[in-house]
Design a protein around this ligand. Structure first.
Ligand code: FMN
Length: 384
């Protein structure tokens, strides 16, 4: 009886530390859209209300990728503690529009803790996941070190080839030149900004001065955006007041790169000046998935995501493994989702890369080794 209660308690402690470690996962605009709930056997994962991007991410692609990445972080943390997690996706994940609209309180995935091997006690083990990855911390291990870096980066030859081994056969990394990426990024930014609500929504996630009440919690800070301090402070007042924010966001639809950089999470240097970094697109090959036939297949391919939602979630898990692979080599990502957020830019990208209708691009990023010693880290919600 005592034994059973001890095991339960240590499992609960282990699960809490796994949840803390998984909070290091990446998410578009650092929204952190996950809502984990610890149960007697594991973790139930849902989406957090108000932490999705209904305007910027209407298909739910980025939300599903982030939830997948969170899940993979949890799996990595459990492995590091000598335990495993079995992941089962629940049917509610199939409705991305409900997920993005924050209408769904349903469990999207269940992570069940595997039984401890004989003699292991879970959370009490030497290599607990907290050692691996304190949320927002700077551990020497990959989860806590994984990074988005929007400044100058050096090349790491062979990085993409190595990273490809982390992927299942239906996902691949397609290289793209710096010049092409710069073009698609500008096109995507300009196009996305014409959509009502997008700039306003993004401005709402900016944290441009430490006095912002959520500076240490979530969103994009002046530091991680590498904004010059005077400029960031100037803009901070604007982005904190909703009316001013909306006015300036509207004006930005017609203005300079500088203002766009303030209002959109766009890394303008990476694709242009920084020809050292490599750039790639994560592409799903629907031909290699069993997606049915005839009308059924057409329905999936024509749906806004172009893939079943559970596959995008799975791609998020694989993406995180690739991100950790590059982290171990000292490298970071500088994503460019604006390329896929715009149908125009995405269409041109597919044509340029020779992708056909069943090749679904899911993520675009630059990758390289940050040229600074202490790259800025992004904020995280506190996890108990
Ligand atoms: C699906 C997804 C899309 C993202 N898109 C962009 C993007 O378009 N531009 C960008 O600068 N960062 C992008 N990011 C990176 C996030 O902003 C970053 O993960 C977040 O701010 C937390 O920072 P961290 O990765 O350093 O922990 C994206 C991340 C994810 C998971």
């Amino acid at each position: 009886m005592n034994d059973r209660r001890d095991t339960g308690t240590s499992d609960a402690a282990l699960l809490r530390s796994i949840v803390r470690a998984a909070a290091n996962a990446p998410s578009a605009h650092n929204t952190q859209p996950w809502e984990p709930r610890i149960t007697a056997h594991g973790i139930e994962l849902g989406v957090a209300r108000g932490r999705t991007l209904p305007f910027g991410d209407p298909t739910g692609r980025d939300t599903l990728l982030a939830l997948g990445a969170w899940t993979e972080c949890a799996v990595v943390a459990a492995d590091a503690a000598g335990r495993g997690l079995d992941v089962t996706v629940r049917p509610a994940i199939a409705d991305p529009s409900a997920i993005v609209a924050g209408r769904s309180d349903d469990v999207l995935a269940e992570l069940r803790l595997r039984a401890a091997p004989d003699g292991a006690t879970g959370a009490g083990d030497a290599a607990g996941p907290d050692d691996v990855a304190p949320a927002g911390g700077r551990s020497s291990a990959p989860l806590g070190n994984r990074l988005t870096f929007r400044g100058r980066m050096h090349a790491d030859p062979g990085l993409l080839e190595g990273a490809s081994f982390e992927l299942p056969s239906w996902l691949r990394l397609v290289p793209i030149s710096a010049k092409d990426l710069a073009h698609f990024s500008s096109l995507g930014t300009a196009d996305v900004l014409t959509r009502p609500g997008v700039a306003e929504e993004l401005a709402g996630w900016l944290r441009l001065a430490p006095m912002h009440p959520r500076y240490d919690v979530d969103g994009l800070s002046d530091r991680t955006m590498l904004l010059p301090i005077p400029l960031a402070r100037l803009a901070a007042g604007v982005t904190r007041r909703r009316r001013l924010r909306n006015l300036s966001a509207r004006a930005a639809r017609r203005t300079s790169d500088l203002v766009r950089r303030l209002l959109l999470e766009v890394h303008l240097d990476a694709a242009g000046d920084d020809a050292d970094a490599a750039h790639f697109v994560l592409v799903a090959d629907a031909n290699r998935l069993d997606l049915g036939r005839g009308v059924e297949l057409t329905r999936v391919l024509n749906a806004p995501l172009g893939l079943p939602a559970d596959r995008v979630f799975e791609a998020g898990r694989a993406l995180l493994r690739v991100w950790l692979f590059v982290t171990r080599r000292g490298a970071a990502f500088a994503p460019h989702s604006e390329v896929l957020d715009s149908a125009l830019a995405q269409g041109e990208l597919q044509y340029r890369l020779g992708l056909d209708r069943r090749d679904v691009p899911l993520f675009v990023t630059s990758v390289g080794v940050p040229a600074v010693a202490e790259p800025p880290r992004s904020a995280r919600r506190r996890v108990v």
